[in-house]
Design a protein around this ligand. Sequence first.
Ligand code: FAD
Length: 404
Amino acid sequence: MASQRAMHNACTRRFLRRGFSTTTRRDADFTHAIIGGGVVGLAIARQLQGREGASTVLIEKHGTVGTETSSRNSEVIHAGLYYGPDSQKTPLCIKGKSMLYELCARHSIPHRNTGKWIVAQDDTQFKALKSIHEFSKQVGVPTRFLSKEEAQRREPDVRAEAGVLESTSTGIVDSHSLMQFLEGDLENRGGICAFKSPVVHVNPLDAGRGGWEVTTKTPDGEESTITAETLVNSAGLAAIPISNMILPPDRHRKPFYAKGTYYSYAVSRPKPSTLVYPAPVPGHGGLGTHLTLDMAGRIRFGPDVEWTDDPSDYTPNRANLRAALDDIQSYLPGIDREAIDLDYVGIRPKLGKASATSGGKGFVDFWIAKEDGFEGFVNLLGIESPGLTSCLAIAEKVEALLYR
Ligand SMILES: Cc1cc2nc3c(=O)[nH]c(=O)nc-3n(C[C@H](O)[C@H](O)[C@H](O)COP(=O)(O)OP(=O)(O)OC[C@H]3O[C@@H](n4cnc5c(N)ncnc54)[C@H](O)[C@@H]3O)c2cc1C
């Protein structure tokens, strides 16, 4: 609320200064307006506010940052192994990973370089591991095959009949602490966050050459409009509807949502100390029912994949529990099935019903683009995994798109 008041005051000051004259880029209320206060929007706002003379507003519909996808994920710092040579996910993930490790170390943001095992139970799965290893060599991401003896010694509870590929640069991060840091740093640099401010209308002035009008409406019905020289759409699950507010009908897209239910584990054994992923299955919308750890060392499994039409459908679904238990037991045979229960849900914003990995049918890349025919507008669509890992690199890319 306080931040919303701050936006209101900032706008009022600027409106008074320019006496409600016709908006031009030069005298807009803000240099940058970013729609969406998830980890990606926060990283972009902080990056843009670092420019000389910047005045940035981050507009968020909820009362705090990061209450949607950015706090409903696996919190894994991905290595960049899955997305193939032609995807911008690969360079953004690899660069974002090293930027994130560096930022976390410098500012004491809780994180851990846990490493990750990708396990194969048969020849087909082992072939998938071999192609990941080949690709990782091409892009300079460290991976190595473990001998049976080393695997058995290090993680005796993990079953990997056909082999283990280890990714040493994978890790985990406390996404809430990361977002708290990004929000604080944005404000230290002079940017502001406007909470409880759902964007309901966007008006490009002279196709963006005259700046952008952004209208928000509070839950009690109060509307307010600000102007900004540039606009970034980073609204996560709502990014396609926002994009459709701006682009002409022939460039409208249909959003797809892949819901993922996580499973908790209530007992302390078995407890591997590394992340464990099954070999990826081509065509799957996620990375398989994997085992991750949080910063407190708690195990969680998942997420599964289920298509939904409702981007707010956060009720965990029991329907896939039995299949997930079978998946988990394939690599963790000593698991206590009774101790696994439903946990939380995250929803992947998808541009199509497509595979999460490059080998699968219809793999779709991040869409991060300065839209043709509109000045000063960057659109971010389909920012699913590895968006958390990539957030700092995405922020640099958005700045380059706006100012190169
Ligand atoms: C199940 C799952 C697991 C994942 N695991 C990982 C992982 O381990 N590692 C990894 O790197 N990535 C992972 N990801 C991806 C990562 O979580 C996302 O890429 C990232 O959080 C996206 O951040 P964002 O800021 O784009 O979106 P969001 O966090 O969704 O933020 C968008 C914000 O926009 C706001 N908004 C929407 N509409 C409006 C409006 N009209 N007006 C104002 N504000 C609006 C929303 O309230 C929201 O706060 C995972 C994703 C999912 C779903």
